[in-house]
Design a protein around this ligand. Sequence first.
Ligand code: SF4
Length: 272
Amino acid sequence: MTSRYAYFGDTLLIALSAQCDDRKLQVTDIETDEINTTLAVGVSSCLLGNRVRFDGGHKHDRYLTEVLGKVFTFVPVCPEIETGMGVPRETIDLHGTVDTPRLVGNETGVDHTSRMNRYVARRVQQRDLANICGFILKSKSPTCGLQKVRLYGSSGRVSYRARGLFAMALSRRYPSLPMIEERPLHDVDTRDNFITRVFAYARLHQLWRGRISFARLVEFHERERYLLMSHSSKRCQILDKLLLTADKRRPAIARDQYATMFMQALKRVHSS
Ligand code: SF4
């Protein structure tokens, strides 16, 4: 028997026992306040209503604090405040190239890139972020934005293909970590997928704890089989093959390969 998480509409329904022996999925609704979980999820601090934006404002997302906050313990991060940029502060934008963008003040032209990159490289390694199972990032921000952030090219041409410096550092350090901006969270299928991946990542963390053995990895895979197949039967077969052909004397290598492919398989969003 294994725990599962499911999410439907605007009500959090926590499931679930999947009785693998008779292959029936039994779903049990549990009130959110009955959930005893300490899953930690990082979040751009302004989304929680903290007044950390350049103008002293916030971008409070009530869905986060009023619904998801009942399930997750949030770890707020504001890299601009944490690097001492202060409130109020001038607005900043990304300039240069998608791979090596520079973070530049719009009024003074001060280049914050080195300081920010040094800071976020250290910050993502700190213990509170090493234990998170997902991250919700503020869209469009040159620091936190995960995708389609405005970038001024050398000719002054504007494109929307960049990532914020913090989001880049986070995804480099934790390539399998479930990450999402706050806007897609308002699409029910995308949100369902994100939350499913957060819980799956947490179960992977459990696997990483303690002594790794090939048998434990196979056991994990069998428990997750139906979830995997519901996202991609092809990827489930690839993982079957990985475990069949892996070097059983080196379980840590198989585990790392498995973890990357497992989280990629769950990225496929179902439409309702
Ligand atoms: S987007 Fe990120 S850096 Fe900007 S105010 Fe929000 S938390 Fe701070």
